[in-house]
Design a protein around this ligand. Structure first.
Ligand SMILES: N[C@@H](CCC(=O)N[C@@H](CS)C(=O)NCC(=O)O)C(=O)O
Length: 194
């Protein structure tokens, strides 16, 4: 089994979904919060997150780019349906990437303190909730985006909605407004608690 070092800041932002995939998959991993900016020149592209893998035969592999790291781990840990077609993989990744449209303004106003980004966040989360409720309804309102198993898309929704809720922005997706998304959250949460 591979072991991993996951390098990111002690913040819930671009590294959060990879952290949750590592936790959910019960991978053997440790987190490192590098000294910044001292460690910046030592990163592949000067930014975080970065994943360092050591394979069972001792071979090393390093990856940067948050969404690439997530997908690498999601493939390794079975978070796409078995034998998924390229179309199914693409749909799962499309559902996940939707959350970046909301995460970006969220990071801008919570971490970079740009107050006017809050309005963009509010407008984008409202739109996402409306669209994703339809997608989840079309999959049978069963707590999953695709089929009846937990995929990368489900863990993405759980991760980012929890992140927004923990930051005090859960009003946009209450049970009443977003029953489908709340079902995804509770389905994934059950597995996390095991
Ligand atoms: N496209 C990159 C962006 C990474 C990024 O913006 N990382 C920020 C933290 S969220 C960073 O390293 N900031 C410190 C810096 O740029 O010096 C990704 O998705 O991983």
């Amino acid at each position: 089994m591979s072991t991993y070092k996951f390098l990111y800041f002690a913040l819930p932002a671009l590294g959060e979904l990879s952290r949750n995939i590592l936790k959910y998959s019960k991978a053997q991993w440790t987190e490192i919060n590098p000294k910044w900016p001292e460690e910046k020149p030592n990163q592949p592209f000067g930014r975080l997150p970065v994943l360092h893998e050591t394979k069972p035969n001792g071979e090393k592999f390093t990856l940067a780019e948050s969404q690439v790291i997530e997908r690498y781990l999601a493939h390794k840990y079975g978070l796409y349906p078995k034998d998924a077609s390229p179309e199914t993989v693409a749909l799962i990744e499309m559902y996940r990437d939707q959350f970046s449209d909301v995460l970006t303004p969220h990071v801008d106003f919570t971490i970079y303190k740009i107050p006017e980004k809050q309005a963009t966040f509010n407008q984008r989360i409202e739109y996402l909730v409306q669209k994703h409720e339809e997608i989840l309804k079309n999959n049978g309102s069963n707590g999953h985006y695709v089929g009846d198993i937990i995929t990368y898309a489900d863990i993405a929704a759980y991760t980012f909605l929890k992140l927004f809720r923990d930051a005090g922005h859960g009003d946009a997706f209450t049970e009443e407004k977003a029953p489908g998304l709340n079902r995804v959250i509770s389905t994934v949460a059950k597995e996390f608690e095991q």
